[in-house]
Design a binder for this molecule. Structure first.
Ligand SMILES: [Ca+2]
Ligand SMILES: [Ca+2]
Length: 131
């Protein structure tokens, strides 16, 4: 009886360990695939295609240095005033260097996605200009 209990306890812990290990693996895989860091896997991310945010980032980053400056930003979002661009950068330029890296850009785009459902106006996040 005691032996059975020990065996049961051991198999259970190894099952839990395997489960935790599997979870960890999944989380790593998920983090790698979730390239726009919104906590969801889109179809593009799942199959490894370029995501909308990656496309937008590339389109905005004219000189391809991996950062979006305020002037690059204004070239795409022509409907924004200088104040709105300043406000957006103040909010999402975490490094405070006056330009957005890819991660900061994702933060902006994801905030925009979330705010679209909750507050249609009152946010500093920009609408992308149509071509
Ligand atoms: Ca994602
Ligand atoms: Ca740039």
């Amino acid at each position: 009886m005691l032996l059975n209990q020990i065996i049961w306890a051991r198999t259970t812990t190894s099952k839990i360990r395997a489960h935790l290990y599997f979870r960890e693996e999944l989380e790593i895989m998920f983090a790698e695939k979730d390239r726009d860091h919104d906590g969801f896997l889109s179809f593009e991310e799942f199959v490894g295609l370029e995501t909308k945010i990656e496309k937008a980032f590339k389109a905005m980053d004219r000189d391809g240095d991996g950062f979006i400056t305020k002037s690059e930003f204004k070239k795409i979002c022509r409907n924004l005033t200088t104040e709105q661009v300043e406000a957006a950068f103040a909010k999402f330029d975490k490094a405070g260097n006056g330009k957005l890296n890819y991660l900061e850009f994702c933060g902006m785009m994801n905030a925009r996605k979330h705010s679209a459902s909750s507050s249609p106006n009152g946010s500093a996040t920009p609408e992308m200009a149509h071509k």
